[in-house]
Ligand binder design. Structure first.
Ligand SMILES: [Zn+2]
Length: 211
C-alpha cells in the first residue's frame, strides 16, 4: 500500500499578514521575545490568537458544554469530499455516502476564502445536519467559519452533530479545498495540535491510497 499526498486543506494562522477572520475577532498577532536580528541568541515570539477565529481549527464537544473537555486527537480516517451549492444561503441536502469523515466544499469556491473577513456565510438546515449524523460522520470538515449562522447563539447544528458519541467527534472549520481536488474518497490526516482546549489549530491533509 502506498500513500500519495493530494493536498493540505488548511488555512494557516498567519501572524501579522493578510489572514482569514470571522466573528469580528482580533487578527492573530505576535510579539518579540528574542530576535536574532536584534542580537538575540535565537528567535522566540509570543503569539496571540484564537483557534476559532484565525484559521483552520478542529473543535470537540467541549466547545458547547459547561464541562471543560479537550478536543480529541484524531488519527488517520477515511474521508469523503463532496461539493455543495448553497441555495439562498442554505445547505439543505448532502449527497454523500456513509463515511467516518465528511469534507464539505461550498460553491463558489473562491481563493479569497483563504483571507476573507467573514461577516456572513451559508449554513446547514437542521435537517441537513441530521442527515450528516445519520451517515455516521464522526469528523465533519467545512470551508465555513462555523456550521451555524453568525447570529445563532444556540449553535443549533453544533448541538445536533454532538448529540450522540460526542466525545470522539470533531468539527473542523475554515478549511480550504482547492478546486483541482476532485470529489471522492481520501484518507485524511487531521493533525490537531496538542492543546488542552475545546479547539486547536489543525492541518488536515488528504491522501490517495494506491495498492
Ligand atoms: Zn464551530
Amino acid at each position: 500500500m502506498r500513500l500519495t499526498e493530494v493536498c493540505d486543506i488548511s488555512i494557516p494562522v498567519s501572524f501579522g499578514g493578510k489572514q482569514v477572520s470571522a466573528f469580528g475577532g482580533k487578527p492573530a498577532c505576535r510579539e518579540t521575545f528574542l530576535d536574532t536580528r536584534k542580537g538575540g541568541s535565537c528567535n522566540c515570539e509570543i503569539y496571540t490568537f484564537s483557534p476559532h477565529l484565525n484559521g483552520t481549527h478542529t473543535e470537540g464537544v467541549g466547545h458547547i458544554t459547561q464541562a471543560r473537555i479537550s478536543v480529541p486527537n484524531v488519527g488517520l480516517v477515511e474521508a469523503q469530499l463532496v461539493t455543495v451549492k448553497p441555495e439562498k444561503g442554505l445547505i439543505s441536502a448532502i449527497k454523500a455516502k456513509p463515511a467516518e469523515a465528511l469534507i464539505i466544499r461550498t460553491l463558489p469556491n473562491l481563493t479569497t476564502k483563504r483571507t476573507r473577513n467573514y461577516k456572513d456565510w451559508p449554513t446547514f438546515t437542521p435537517d441537513a445536519m441530521r442527515q450528516i449524523v445519520k451517515l455516521g460522520v464522526k469528523h465533519l470538515l467545512v470551508d465555513l467559519p462555523s456550521v451555524d449562522r453568525v447570529d445563532d447563539a444556540q449553535l443549533t447544528n453544533h448541538r445536533i452533530f454532538w448529540q450522540k458519541g460526542a466525545r470522539q467527534k470533531t468539527i473542523t472549520e475554515l478549511v480550504y479545498v482547492p478546486t483541482r481536488v476532485k470529489d471522492g474518497k481520501y484518507l485524511l490526516n487531521l493533525q490537531v495540535a496538542a492543546f488542552e482546549a475545546d479547539a486547536a489549530p489543525s492541518r488536515p491533509v488528504l491522501y490517495k491510497v494506491k495498492k
